[in-house]
Design a protein around this ligand. Structure first.
Ligand code: PTJ
Length: 239
């Protein structure tokens, strides 16, 4: 991540966000929980059922998972869009470069595009691509800022996020939150898309309908407490 920062891919706040993520990753034991697996399965179903899915890429996502993101976009025939919270032309160029190095050919949200604006947001943060997020029904947007997640949901999008913090505004706002590290999520999500892509649509709809984001977040949070706080408490009592 330090190298990605030095290469201009990551915002300085991206390094801080990464540290926040690591702290929560320790709390889930740095592994994909059964709750994250359930969310990944629902996310795969939503992406397969989507009519106009888009994957939104920021600096952290590009730095951590460009090759996997590009593979997922190809697998789903989904468009990729660069969307930076701390947008500068230089950073857009750096993210575009790493995505192209990973094999992406069709990238939206670049500097030469005339953007449209998402209602409820100000300045460069409101940018979206007319052919991408603006017209999408389902948006996969890992590590998103709370204001933007809220604006997307208010705009009627089905928002799938990946966020290690189950208490973040994005986690609570999204339609599906995968509480896990993006680097572990991406290969799992690709496997799940492979497993589900030929299933009957009604089966996928049932999978999606049975997913309850609030409940899944509560379970992830409880697991964090049980794994660490409660074990520690027993330990203290025994001593
Ligand atoms: O590249 P930009 O300019 O678009 O900026 C990207 C960041 C991430 C800096 C920006 O979107 C931001 O400020 O996001 P937040 O509000 O800090 O939210 C990021 C969330 O991602 C936090 O809740 C972190 O805990 C979480 N997070 C950090 N690293 C990971 C993670 N979640 C999953 N996997 C990670 N590796």
């Amino acid at each position: 991540m330090v190298e990605a920062y030095q290469a201009g891919i990551l915002a300085d706040s991206g390094l801080i966000a990464h540290g926040r993520g690591e702290a929560f990753d320790y709390l889930i034991g740095e592994k994909t929980t059964s709750y994250a697996k359930t969310a990944i399965q629902a996310a795969a179903a939503a992406l397969i059922l989507a009519e106009r899915p888009v994957i939104s890429v920021n600096g952290n996502t590009a730095a951590l998972s460009s090759p996997e993101i590009v593979k997922l976009a190809n697998q789903l025939n989904t468009r990729l869009e660069i969307n930076l919270f701390y947008r500068t032309p230089k950073r857009v160029e750096a993210v575009e470069k790493i995505l192209k190095e990973a094999g992406a050919v069709d990238i939206l949200g670049t500097e030469d595009e005339i953007p449209v604006h998402i209602k409820g947001l100000q300045g460069p943060r409101s940018r979206a691509s007319r052919e991408g997020v603006y017209q999408a029904d389902v948006v996969l947007v890992p590590l998103e800022d709370g204001d933007r997640a809220e604006a997307l949901v208010s705009g009627g999008k089905f928002v799938i996020t990946v966020d290690l913090n189950p208490l973040s505004r994005t986690s609570k706002t999204a339609s599906i939150t995968i509480v896990d590290n993006l680097v572990r999520v991406m290969p799992e999500l690709r496997d799940e898309v492979d497993k589900l892509k030929n299933k009957d649509k009604n089966e996928l709809k049932i999978l999606l309908d049975n997913f309850d984001n609030r409940k899944n977040l509560c379970n992830s949070l409880k697991l964090m407490a049980e794994t660490y706080l409660c074990q520690d408490a027993n330990h203290v009592i025994r001593m």
